[in-house]
Design a protein around this ligand. Structure first.
Ligand code: HGY
Ligand code: MN
Ligand code: MN
Length: 420
């Protein structure tokens, strides 16, 4: 550790302790660990999520942070002491998808703890308080929409509506929150931070392919999630003539194929995914009674995203009519593209350059809590590379040198924002 004085802080000599950060990432990844992999499974508000929350809250308390929990289970730790005014906040999420990696979300939260501990060890008190938080159910994989906790944090969804959300397993969000002991008293919407910065793995291939260490994230693409329930007529697979069938599975598979054709026609960076599909009764010799599936389409241009939504809906209705089945659609998430604050984007890019790191301005393909915080305060993100562009997969990996680079950029961006 460099012996830091206020003078050399100006020179940006202060650096995080990468071994401590890697150790915390490993300790958190032990919770919900997926055997034989580096990954973990901590779906929102499950026992594993609770255990992860308890561990991180313990680390927050070890750092003497003032810990608050709100009515959607968001947890924020704030430094106490000489500083005053609204805090400079960092953070992300610690819930994961069912087949998650150890860096998605977790890095932003644990790097925030690392920043605070580095400053504390150096005896440095920034002019503003610093806050690190984790938001509930960022993934939206169990309870849609994604970024749910930060959506409620900024007041864009009521606590009542959020508490009533039913998960893919039939659980009710409010009940689960109470069951794991994270239904907290802090007021919502929360008072906006002075600024918000989120360190996150890129989860895509761009930085690695271009051999760049830091992404100065310019914004987040628009997200459209739809659940489609197709209802047909269950029948015998052997005796039912094809002309008599009302097969919901066919419409689901045709639509999944159409989504791929459409996004290829619209061209990069349009993306489209059918990630969840359930047939009932899901048996080899039964023409399904129903098929329920999800459509995830995204684009940086909202007009293109609207056109994609229109085309998918048009196809779906025509396919249903041709097969004689009925459909019901439910919007699970719909967020417009977001552009981050120029000053924060510039600060991330300049800080990376000052630290001798290669940096690229780029949009985010994945959704993040930062896209919600950007509605209430100056917001930006710092990306670090994902090896082979892999994420939402236990094989997700980012090299310690890149983790360290990202956390050091986070440290100095937060310090600079604390001076503003
Ligand atoms: O879906 C997303 O982009 C994020 O991981 N919730
Ligand atoms: Mn994430
Ligand atoms: Mn994710």
């Amino acid at each position: 550790m460099t012996n830091v004085t206020a003078e050399n802080l100006q020179a940006g000599d202060l650096r995080i302790d990468i071994d401590r950060l890697v150790d915390r990432l490993a300790a958190l990844a032990e919770i919900g660990a997926i055997d034989g992999t580096e990954g973990c499974s901590r779906l929102a508000l499950t026992d594993e999520d609770k255990a992860g929350r308890d561990l991180v809250v313990g680390w927050m308390r070890d750092l003497d942070l003032e810990v608050t929990i709100d009515a959607i289970g968001n947890v924020v730790g704030v430094t106490t002491g000489a500083s005053n005014g609204a805090p400079v906040m960092c953070g992300s999420h610690i819930d994961t998808v069912r087949t998650g990696g150890r860096y998605d979300g977790n890095l932003g939260v644990l790097a925030g703890l690392e920043v605070i501990e580095t400053l504390r060890t150096a005896g440095i008190t920034p002019p503003r308080p610093l806050a690190v938080g984790f938001f509930t159910d960022e993934e939206g994989a169990r309870f849609a929409p994604d970024m749910l906790g930060s959506l409620v944090f900024i007041g864009a969804m009521s606590v009542e509506e959020a508490h009533g959300i039913e998960g893919i397993d039939g659980a009710i969000l409010g009940h689960e929150l109470e069951r794991i002991g994270y239904l907290g008293p802090s007021p919502l919407p929360a008072a906006p931070p002075h600024a918000y910065v989120e360190l996150h793995i890129e989860q895509g291939p761009v930085l690695e392919v271009e051999n760049i260490t830091i992404g100065a994230v310019t914004g987040v693409q628009g997200i459209s999630w739809t659940e489609v329930e197709v209802t047909g007529e269950s029948n015998h697979a052997g005796t039912t003539p094809m002309a008599m069938r009302k097969d919901p599975g066919l419409v689901a598979f045709q639509t999944a194929a159409f989504v791929r054709e459409l996004v290829l026609e619209l061209g990069h960076p349009q993306v489209g995914t059918v990630g969840r599909i359930e047939l009932k009764p899901n048996l080899i010799n039964v023409v399904p009674a129903s098929a329920t599936f999800t459509i995830d389409i995204r684009h940086m241009d909202n007009d293109v995203l609207l056109e994609a939504e229109r085309r998918v809906d048009e196809f779906l209705r025509a396919a249903a009519e041709a097969e004689g089945v009925t459909i019901a659609t439910r919007t699970l998430a719909r967020f417009e593209p977001v552009i981050f604050d120029d000053r924060v984007i510039d600060l991330v890019a300049d800080t990376a350059a000052t630290q001798g790191l290669s940096v690229k301005r780029m949009p985010s393909g994945a959704g993040h809590d930062a896209q919600m915080l950007s509605r209430v305060c100056p917001t930006g993100m710092v990306f670090v590379p994902s090896v082979n562009g892999i994420s939402h997969n236990p094989a997700e990996y980012t090299a310690p040198s890149d983790l360290e680079a990202g956390a050091n950029v986070l440290l100095h961006v937060m310090l600079e924002l604390a001076r503003s």
